[in-house]
Design a protein around this ligand. Sequence first.
Ligand SMILES: *Cc1c(COP(=O)(O)O)cnc(C)c1O
Length: 480
Amino acid sequence: MRSHLLNDTTAEHYRRSVTEGVERVAAKLAATDRPFTGVTADDLAPRIDAIDLDRPLRDTTAALDELEDVYLRDAVYFHHPRYLAHLNCPVVIPAVLGEAVLSAVNSSLDTWDQSAGGTLIERKLIDWTAARIGLGPAADGVFTSGGTQSNLQALLLAREETKTEELTKLRVFTSEVSHFSVQKSAKLLGLGPDAVVVVPVDHDKRMQTVALAHELERCAEAGLIPMAVVATAGTTDFGSIDPLPEIAGLCEQYGAWMHVDAAYGCGLLASRKYRHRIDGIDRADSVTVDYHKSFFQPVSSSAVLVRDAATLRHATYHAEYLNPRRMVTERIPNQVDKSLQTTRRFDALKLWMTLRVMGADGIGALFDEVCDLAAEGWKLLAADPRFDVVVEPSLSTLVFRYIPAAVTDPAEIDRANLYARKALFASGDAVVAGTKVSGRHYLKFTLLNPETTTADITAVLDLIAGHAEQYLGESLDRAC
Ligand SMILES: *Cc1c(COP(=O)(O)O)cnc(C)c1O
């Protein structure tokens, strides 16, 4: 069994195993002609159930063969140009290389004595990101597992900065289309059930600042405390970007912490063409960035950035065995002092390799391509009488619904769209997402693959229309 430990005597086994795995994945990527096979949980569950974990195969090739059967064959492949569903990106090769290195070396970024250079690399990337945002000389931050954790940590700092124990008096303002992690965080942070004040959005799905001002005023009048405003720079559903400069002004006026959730829109930090769309982000007290969404990084890779490094102390706890207080005066850099996590992956290495091989402009150019593609897609949809399209994209998302001329019952149109999404998924020809707009069912393309073309968009729209028409035809038969 010792031959499976990665060490000085097993280099050849390591090389062979990893190479065999890489060859399989490479072959898979090359052979994938659809993003999905359409497998169902009922199809797959018995195959996985049948495997006896207490009877190992004792052979890498056999284990990979089995993996082919239970996972690789039927996985959902984000690199395929017709995967258009969620905020999943195809990944860049330098990042995948970084992933292979970081898991083999297996540094843990909690303390200097478990990572050494890894700590400094992470810190440099945090500084780089903070500088791109424009947070100023006192900025800092830390890598996290994802936007959810970043938002939670930002709101923890905001809560502590209010210096109040009366948690039920705290209010967090965010738009009606912000991410649910804001609500979740409020709950985890022990705020009251009315803590999150939902602010309406305008026609473009951006927070209405007049309504925000009104809510902040009401909060002040009621003797409550405006703990934070969470602005979204790239909503998950629409890619819409809240008016950051106006929100920053209101936060200053009412003394609220400004958090910008740029989990999606952070890709613009690397864009030469569209960076201006997130102007005002430099005025935030904290920012969430998900490199695993718009920097083409493998999951997980995310960070929370803060304007004032000192605020990170709210997440600091000392343990004698790990990061004793004296290490602070000895200036030993322990990232655990800033993190909600303890043992923590060296995810930063993936972004490091990406920037060292491709550069930020390379990433920005890829993100620009998907933004441009979305703009083209919007024109196609707006000109197509079969579809209703919701907002002109600020990033790379299109929300639309099939609207047959002959059908007037909106509930029937809902069902046709729901059916089309399901049928498309079952066919595996393309994967699209869905959401609700004003109570009605819509479909969604999240475009993050620069390999997707307008021809793909047209083809998928035709497939959707075909499935919806088939549903409506059958439903007519049912009615007769
Ligand atoms: C995806 C997303 C999140 C959550 O990020 P995870 O990395 O999935 O935890 C938060 N906010 C927004 C706007 C998002 O799009």
